[in-house]
Write a protein that binds this ligand. Sequence first.
Ligand code: NAD
Ligand code: GLY
Length: 358
Amino acid sequence: MVDKMSVPLGDRSYPILIGSDILANLGEELSLNKFPQQIAIISNSTVYGLYAQIVVDSLREAGFTSLQLNVPDGEEYKTLETLNTIYDFLIENNFDRGCGLIALGGGVVGDMAGYAAATFLRGIPYVQIPTTLLSQVDSSVGGKTAVNHPQGKNLIGAFYQPQQVLIDISTLKTLDSREVSAGLAEVVKYGVIRDDDFFCWLENNVQELKELDPKSLIYAVKKSCQIKADIVELDEKEGSIRAYLNYGHTFGHAIETLSGYGQWKHGEAVSVGMIVAAKISANYGLCTKQDVDRLAHLLQEFDLPTVPPVFSLKEYVASMMKDKKVKQGHLTMVLNRGIGDAVLQKITNVESVFSSVL
Ligand code: NAD
Ligand code: GLY
């Protein structure tokens, strides 16, 4: 069975298909969607070895022609240099405006292929086929595409929506358990910022999710995508409430940048970032210490870290001040109001606010 939902954005609306063992439906779905006939599949050698055959066969059976490029595997390769290899490949193979891209992989492949699609010939259509839990619940939906800069995460990018997202939860069977946990961090995020019932459901379904029970996974992925789609519909370009999706990310991005990309998984860094944000929220009187403990307990149940790596306060602050969310020298943080609601808070004295929780 395939569940279908939509990201409603006028003429840029697109479907999200969610199911188990649905990769083979890709060709048929792209035909219905009138996707370009000539396609470049951007992936990496890990994912390509596991899932390319089924994707290529499905495309061929539906009359598409595809070429494939693997980019190196890892956050440390989410760079302008790797992006250039995608442009080289497209140009060498005479791709034109009538062609399309498929991103087959996790968030690293998805963010890079998406940015290549946004910029190549000023924009060509693309489809997201996310194969990690994190990319299925977050990065494949909403059109944020980017590469990293040595001084900060995702500093070079564009908002550019895909034509379709196809989520096959059966691909998670081959995923490392550490990657599953990293994805669960973003799932927990949705509960904290938007939905206390969902947070309770997560507390009651820890084991099922860790064991990749299909019914529980589909519920969690659908719920996460629905929350994200609702927010993106209201605020596509992050003028207001889309920023809530960055809960835990201000500090999380600093962990990733300071540690060297690839050392911490994005979801792990966000896990610690959420605890830091929750402690600050408690200091502002927005939530209780019990809320912070509840969040920490759930993250630990999902085998996620809750303690920051050792860097000096000065290093953390300098890194956070390079964040995209800094405007005219002011850092705005997403804080949680209890569990299930979020608020944006301008932080005027960054050093003292963070020194009280680190
Ligand atoms: P990732 O893409 O690095 O994937 C993690 C690892 O899993 C990689 O080694 C990958 O090759 C491997 N893998 C992927 N699918 C697999 C499968 N089915 N079986 C076995 N191995 C598999 O990491 P990620 O956590 O998916 O994504 C993190 C990235 O996403 C970060 O760069 C982050 O900034 C970005 N992100 C973007 C958004 C957005 O809105 N665009 C949101 C959240 C995160
Ligand atoms: N992951 C943050 C966003 O999509 O806005």
